[in-house]
Design a protein around this ligand. Structure first.
Ligand code: SAM
Length: 266
């Protein structure tokens, strides 16, 4: 997978050379390149923002700089959108990824929430290009224009709060996506049995390691019993009750035909 990131703080992404993502780059599974948006400016101040049209506080990222940068990275020629063209204003797209098409992703606090399902879908792409917003955000015509050019453009929020810029949000999405790529994790089973994962996605049961007793606290006896059926049942019951307490929305989304009799009791 090829990953391009555009930011006014490309140094922020040096940390991506660490840990599992660093190893995946060394193995050639993924390449990550961070670009400085200011490299596509032409003025002495390298400005990437301007005042909001219609008034208001702060600054907005200019479409001209972004388009020069994105045209270069996507290999597109500049175009003019016809005045009467229908412009798609969708903010996010959960359609299947076509691996042969690049996916352009903008983090945006007012877009739909980025989920494990989105991460799974995007892990099938060959080329992801992330654009980090700053200030009051980027000019709304940027995603519109690239959708009109046939690019798969997606906008996602990582949560109901506002960050200073898209860099943290991109790091979050990038990590969630790349760890799902085949060959990324040493043990592929560890990404199957996880919260939010699979057809009937629940929060994961609690995890314990040795020793069986630590500072007076014991691991539940059933986990030491060696009875795999009982262990599975215990974990499943815990996942169901934890999810119904903390995330009833996930329980409402369950496919009832996939529940067994014991699940229903929980
Ligand atoms: N004026 C915007 C608003 O109120 O929705 C906030 C802009 S924020 C200060 C600057 C940039 O940070 C955004 O363009 C986006 O790229 C990023 N950002 C901030 N919070 C985010 C979130 N929760 N999810 C994804 N991106 C976020």
């Amino acid at each position: 997978m090829k990953i391009d990131i555009v930011s006014v703080f490309p140094e922020y992404f040096e940390v991506l050379n660490l840990s599992l993502l660093g190893k995946a780059q060394a193995k050639g599974l993924v390449t990550v390149q961070a670009h400085n948006l200011r490299d596509w400016t032409h003025d002495v101040h390298h400005s990437v923002d301007d005042t909001p049209v219609g008034g208001g506080a702060g600054m907005v990222m200019k479409p001209e700089v972004w388009s020069e940068c994105l045209d270069d990275l996507l290999g597109l020629a500049p175009a003019i959108i016809a005045a009467d063209a229908a412009v798609d204003d969708a903010v996010a797209d959960d359609a299947a990824v076509d691996p042969s098409r690049p996916v352009l992703i903008f983090p945006n606090p007012s877009a739909p929430l980025f989920t494990q399902q989105d991460a799974t879908e995007l892990s099938h792409a060959d080329h992801l290009l992330f654009g980090c917003g700053r200030y009051e955000g980027y000019d709304a015509r940027i995603p519109q224009y690239y959708r009109a050019q046939g690019v798969d453009v997606r906008e996602y929020s990582i949560g109901d709060y506002v960050l200073n810029g898209g860099e943290v949000a991109v790091s979050v999405m990038l990590e969630a996506i790349t760890r799902l790529m085949p060959g990324f994790m040493g043990n592929p089973a560890s990404i199957v049995e996880e919260s939010y994962t699979g057809g009937n996605a629940l929060l994961e049961h609690r995890q314990y390691t040795k020793p069986a007793e630590w500072r007076g606290l014991r691991v539940p006896d059933v986990l030491l019993s060696g009875d795999h059926g009982k262990v599975d049942r215990f974990r499943r019951d815990e996942a169901l009750s934890k999810t119904s307490g903390l995330r009833p929305d996930l329980i409402e989304g369950l496919d009832c035909t996939q529940l067994d009799k014991a699940d229903r009791k929980t």
